[in-house]
Design a protein around this ligand. Structure first.
Ligand SMILES: Cc1cc2nc3c(=O)[nH]c(=O)nc-3n(C[C@H](O)[C@H](O)[C@H](O)COP(=O)(O)O)c2cc1C
Length: 245
């Protein structure tokens, strides 16, 4: 099973890094972290031997990390010297046990040293799913054909429109701002980077390894019916409330 989490790591100098990652949960409880090179998350885990998985239903953190809003409140963890998100439903502290090196995507096997629940699970929400999937699309904008991005977003917009609360609308707005910039040619190689990432956007995330491609490169199995979800990409106000950088 793969869980979409927010991974917090720290450099040797104590600089905290926050990144969304899909983490494999193995049958024996081992967590497998698979960052594409180059990756600050990878460097930090190799340097310190630990990481924290933050399980949150605040999808603004996922969207925020992809749009230059990485300044989320942090607190100390219990067993590992890595900060965790202050506002998560639960978190899992990890120690690195084994590395399977790879030119593009190394495998970092980790054992759980501590886990804690903070807030009860609130139930499933379709708009949160929409934002997560849109975040993945946004993270690969440079690799995907525009018509694919557009049709996937139109489908995701259905669940968003029906089920979103304020947090989901805000997160969607941030992502659509980036999509619009990409569409207008402002987010390409020759343009000013709107949302610089610590690795300069050089991550190989989403590339094919041994014929395995990430799932958003396949056609959508369930395209939106005509007339639904085909409106403007973003009618949501872009409000930051001054909370984030
Ligand atoms: C839901 C979601 C899951 C992701 N999973 C991964 C992953 O498993 N591995 C990866 O390298 N990047 C993944 N990404 C993209 C990274 O968050 C992004 O490329 C980030 O900048 C990673 O590089 P960093 O470690 O230097 O921050 C994911 C993005 C999203 C939105």
């Amino acid at each position: 099973m793969i869980l979409e989490t927010i991974v917090t790591t720290q450099s040797h100098l104590g600089v905290v890094h926050i990144a969304p990652m899909g983490i494999h949960v193995m049958d024996d409880g081992t967590r497998l972290v698979m960052p594409f090179r180059p990756s600050t998350t990878l460097e930090n885990i190799l340097a310190t031997g630990c990481a924290v998985l933050n399980h949150t239903d605040d999808v603004r953190v996922f969207a925020g990390c992809l749009t230059g809003r990485r300044n989320w409140p942090l607190v100390d963890s219990v067993k590992v010297p890595v900060a965790r998100l202050a506002d998560s439903l639960s978190h899992v502290e990890l120690e690195l046990t084994r590395v399977e090196d790879h030119d593009l995507r190394p495998k970092l096997y980790c054992k759980v040293t501590h886990e804690a629940n903070h807030v009860p699970f609130q139930g499933f929400n379709r708009a949160q799913y929409s934002v997560l999937e849109a975040a993945i699309l946004v993270s690969r904008l440079q690799m995907l054909p525009w018509d694919k991005v557009e049709s996937e977003l139109a489908y995701l917009r259905i669940g968003l429109d029906k089920c979103a609360g304020q947090r989901e609308k805000e997160a969607w707005g941030w992502l659509m701002e980036k999509v619009e910039a990409h569409k207008n040619g402002m987010d390409g190689d020759n343009a000013v980077e709107l949302t610089p990432s610590p690795n300069g956007g050089r991550s190989g995330w989403g590339q094919s390894i041994d014929g395995e491609t990430t799932d958003f490169t396949r056609p959508h199995p369930n395209p939106p019916p005509l007339g639904e979800g085909t409106g403007s990409l973003n009618s949501t106000a872009l409000t930051d409330g001054g909370k984030h950088t």
